[in-house]
Design a binder for this molecule. Sequence first.
Ligand SMILES: Nc1ncnc2c1ncn2[C@@H]1O[C@H](COP(=O)(O)OP(=O)(O)O)[C@@H](O)[C@H]1O
Ligand SMILES: Cc1ncsc1CCOP(=O)(O)O
Ligand SMILES: [Mg+2]
Length: 304
Amino acid sequence: MSDDSHMHCCNDADNNTDNSNADSTDLTGLRARIAQAVRDVKAQTPLAQSFTNFVTINLVANAQLAAGGTAAMSFLPDDVVNTAWISGADYINVGTLLPFYKDALPQIARAFRKTGHKWVLDPVAAGIGKTRTEILRAFRAAPPTIVRGNASEIIALATMWGLISPDEASRPAGVESVDEVDAAVDAAKTLAVFLAKFAPNGQAAVAVSGAVDLVTDGEHVYRLPGGSAMMAKITGAGCSLGGVTATYLAVAEPLVAALAATLLYNRAGEIAEAKAEGPGSFQVHLLDALWNLTPEQIADSAIL
Ligand SMILES: Nc1ncnc2c1ncn2[C@@H]1O[C@H](COP(=O)(O)OP(=O)(O)O)[C@@H](O)[C@H]1O
Ligand SMILES: Cc1ncsc1CCOP(=O)(O)O
Ligand SMILES: [Mg+2]
């Protein structure tokens, strides 16, 4: 794929092609599967285990509980691998790294690959730092089932895996995106196709967050509007969205899990914004909304 195709991914014709896939028959079935995933999580309280960063670990666990799942955090490879048999899916987030993670994280990924265990990767700050790059590169040989990140992270990961050509218009960011979601369409689709080759049942998904989120299984591209700009004013909206994506992945196929979690977050963000007086109360109301939203409210949301 050329630099050019990457940069010019988002003209109207491309958008129309993407949207034409989301015809009403497909969407009706998809919405039913999303609602069922939300119901299944509430009924089954599945465990999604996390190896995640120190900044937002508490919000990740609370969000998974609020969505109806169960949380367990660990940083020991043997602990994580042994617990995988009771964890419906795992979540790995590389936001804060320690030197031993360089061996621990690829070791865990290889163990998951061996057993076909499903997991979600949040490649926080992809492209920044030698150790982070080494770890993310190592995941290429034992990839996740879902990658969830902001646009800059998705572009950086697809570039370091050699799936797209380096794009001079994009550069590695910190934890915040410097790219628009639409700049990551090609990267996301290419990444999803790559993940699917390794995935249990050949199914995978990529979720790109931002003002209008994007979810793809490599073939179909869905745009999910809504949410709140306040979500970028608390730390961990993206990380906890990744954790909740793993919660849904415990009970559902990757595309459905990524859509369900993203829709839930968009609706919860809107409710929290209407009630909050600032970032502190926004986080409290976000958790309450994650808890209170119904399967129908989530599944009937706008999908473009
Ligand atoms: N400007 C915005 N408007 C509406 N929702 C947003 C906006 N920015 C981020 N979000 C939402 O915040 C959540 C986290 O996304 P994002 O901030 O992109 O993740 P990260 O924290 O990993 O960079 C997602 O649910 C996304 O939809
Ligand atoms: C601030 C920060 N620093 C390292 S990880 C992290 C949290 C990032 O959280 P999110 O990507 O959800 O905003
Ligand atoms: Mg993030």
